[in-house]
Structure formats: structure tokens, C-alpha cells
Design a protein around this ligand. Structure first.
Ligand code: SF4
Ligand code: FES
Length: 372
């Protein structure tokens, strides 16, 4: 195992974004506006090497994600490799290809957990959000996961169009037999930021949802854990994004770029490293991108002298960049930020306007086929 450098702990988790290809067209997609084309994806051998290096670094949890990771034909081989290294392997999927046959193959390869996305509780509305007929296949996929005895997390991204249905979404997750339900209000990165005016919920919607989620959390305690991610624009304190930059997890993008968080590619001027040219250990410990916002030394006022700086770590670097143009600024969600007005303006415009239609996500046409 690589020796940790003083004051930098090894990572615990790897988010392996195997591909940006995806059969769904969700307007809330947080993947970058410029997706990695299939022809630029790492191949099987390169992903195996990423997994080897991640394990050597200390990674114990591998999240195979995308896009839709089941678009990769080598998924069972990668699951098998991560499992053989002793990692806990989680599949983050839309579930459209998760049939008895494919799920059985993945379980035999060593898959430990499935995280399945749903778009709404009602099949018709869910399919409108997904941009494709998907809902019934997701319900069937959940049944397969349960039949095979794997733990199941259901994930629903919440927004203006489905937040009022949160109670029905909880009921659906319960019927699916989920062990855990993530109710995540849309975070505005990548494609989702383009659709912010359409997706941002109102304060009244959030208040109503809060009551429903609290009641469900109490009712289902011990049966189904509910994790609720707030709509941070409506909060006065920012989220401790990623539990701190470069502190617990690293992301490898489909083309091998290594990122301190999935949205870090949006920060202009951040020199991203790639597994094709540098080792993961080197990147984790010694790269300028991973060291840029580690700890609290990079902070400016008001964060630098704030009592909350070790609690929220100044919020989110990507959001600071996207909303203020400088990733070293305080996250403008914070009421102490000199840029809070940016968020307040968005909120006041949103309550005054009829939301525009959202723009569905589409993968650009393939150039030369795919890596898998
Ligand atoms: Fe957190 Fe910085 Fe706001 Fe203080 S000023 S609460 S550290 S974001
Ligand atoms: Fe990148 Fe928060 S999403 S630091």
C-alpha cells in the first residue's frame, strides 16, 4: 500500500464513472455539459489498473457509475476485479438493463449493492422525466435485486416537477423493498445548471416536503433508512461538500481524468490530471488539483476566521466557481458570503416566474463506435 503523506489521509472511496453513455434523458443530470464520447473511454485494462491503484491507495468502496455503467460490456469483468481486490462494489444504475440474467452474472462476479434511480412514483410522469419508457423496467429491476438478496438503495432526484409527490415516492421505495432511500434535491452542476429555472423548487414546496419526509423517516425507522439532501439554495449555511476537497473520495471520469469531486471539471484553470499519464497515488497526494482546496489553509474571509469553517469547510468549491467565478470564494449559499445576493436573485426570480420547460439531456452522436 502507498505511504500516506503527512496530513493527507488515503481515500476510502472511488467513484468510477465508466461511461457517460446513458439511455435516460434527465434534465437534472449533473454530468458535464460536454460528455466524454464513447471512443475516448478508458478500456478494460486501463480500468483494471485504476482499480488496482485505488486499492493500493487504500480505497475500500468502489461505486461503478456513469452515465449508465451497464452500457459497458466489460462491467462483469470490472466487478469481478474490484471484488477480487477486496473492495465493496456498488452499482449505480438506471436499472433498464438489470434483468434476471444480467443481475445474476453481476452477483456471481461479486457485486455487493445496487443503487437504483427512480424519477417519480407515477409511471407516466416518471417516463416523461426520464424521456423514455423506463419506470416499469425499474420496478422489475428492484424485484430482481431483492430476489437475489442484494441490499438496495433507491435514489430519487427531486425538483419542481416531482417534489409534491415525495410521499408517493417514499411509498414506492417501500413497495420496492429498499433498505435505503435517498431523496436528493437537485444540485445545480453540469447539465442541471442549464435547467435551474425549470427545476428549482419553491420554498412552499420544500416546506411541505419536509413535513412528509420527517413523518416517513419516523414511521420507517428500522425498516428503510431515508437520507434527505436539501435544496441548498434555500438554506443559509452551505453543505460540507464532499466532506472536504480531496479528503475521502476520488472520481475517475470515463476518459481517465481524476477529479476531487464529480463536478470539478467545471472549475476553469484547475489543471486536471489523467490516469494515462500519472499514477493515482501521485495525483491524490501531490497534484495541484487535489491540493488546491484541501483543509482550510486556502480560505479567504469570511471563512478564514469563521467559527463554522471546520464544520462546512466553506461549502462547495464548484458552486463558488459557477456562481462567483472564483472557486476560492465562500460558497454563495452562505448568508455570510459577500456574494449571497447571487443566490437570492435566483430565488426571487424563480418565485416570480412561470418555470420554463426543461431541456432533456442527450448524448451526442457516437463518433467511432464505443469502447465496450
Ligand atoms: Fe461556512 Fe465560510 Fe459561511 Fe463560515 S463563512 S459559515 S465557514 S461558508
Ligand atoms: Fe465540487 Fe462541491 S461539487 S466541491
Amino acid at each position: 500500500m502507498s505511504e500516506p503523506r503527512p496530513s493527507v489521509n488515503p481515500p476510502l472511496g472511488l467513484l468510477a464513472e465508466l461511461t457517460h453513455r446513458c439511455p435516460l434523458h434527465c434534465a437534472y443530470c449533473s454530468n458535464p455539459v460536454q460528455l466524454v464520447p464513447a471512443a475516448d473511454e478508458l478500456d478494460t485494462g486501463q480500468w483494471r489498473s485504476v482499480l488496482d491503484q485505488a486499492r493500493q491507495l487504500g480505497v475500500l468502496q468502489v461505486h461503478l457509475s456513469g452515465g449508465e455503467p451497464m452500457s459497458r460490456r466489460d462491467l462483469p469483468a470490472l466487478v469481478e476485479h474490484a471484488h477480487a481486490l477486496g473492495c465493496y462494489v456498488n452499482l449505480v444504475t438506471s436499472g433498464l438493463s438489470l434483468t434476471d440474467a444480467t443481475a445474476t452474472e453481476l452477483v456471481a462476479a461479486g457485486l455487493d449493492h445496487v443503487q437504483l434511480s427512480i424519477q417519480d412514483a407515477d409511471a407516466r410522469l416518471a417516463d416523461v422525466i426520464a424521456g423514455v419508457r423506463a419506470h416499469e423496467r425499474k420496478v422489475a429491476a428492484a424485484a430482481v435485486v431483492r430476489r437475489l438478496g442484494l441490499p438496495l438503495t433507491v435514489n430519487a432526484v427531486l425538483h419542481r416537477g416531482n417534489l409534491d409527490h415525495v410521499g408517493a415516492i417514499v411509498d414506492l421505495a417501500e413497495r420496492m423493498g429498499a433498505d435505503r432511500l435517498e431523496l436528493a434535491n437537485t444540485q445545480f452542476y453540469g447539465w442541471a445548471l442549464r435547467n435551474r429555472a425549470a427545476l428549482l423548487p419553491t420554498a412552499a414546496q420544500l416546506r411541505a416536503a419536509d413535513v412528509v419526509v420527517r413523518a416517513a423517516t419516523e414511521r420507517l425507522a428500522g425498516q428503510m433508512e431515508i437520507a434527505y439532501v436539501y435544496s441548498d439554495y434555500h438554506e443559509r449555511r452551505p453543505k460540507p461538500c464532499m466532506n472536504g476537497w480531496g479528503s475521502r473520495q476520488l472520481t475517475v471520469a470515463p476518459n481517465g481524468d481524476v477529479l476531487p469531486c464529480p463536478a470539478a471539471g467545471s472549475i476553469e484553470g484547475l489543471a486536471l490530471e489523467n490516469v494515462r499519464t500519472r499514477t493515482l497515488a501521485d495525483i491524490w497526494y501531490d497534484s495541484s488539483s487535489f491540493n488546491a482546496y484541501r483543509g482550510t489553509g486556502w480560505m479567504r474571509e469570511p471563512c478564514r476566521s469563521c467559527a463554522f469553517r471546520d464544520v462546512d469547510l466553506g461549502g462547495c468549491r464548484c458552486q463558488a466557481f459557477l456562481l462567483t467565478g472564483d472557486a476560492a470564494n465562500t460558497d454563495p449559499v452562505c448568508s455570510l458570503s459577500p456574494h449571497r445576493e447571487v443566490v437570492d436573485r435566483v430565488l426571487s426570480e424563480q418565485t416570480a416566474l412561470v418555470p420554463p420547460p426543461s431541456v432533456p439531456r442527450r448524448m451526442p452522436a457516437a463518433r467511432n463506435g464505443g469502447a465496450s
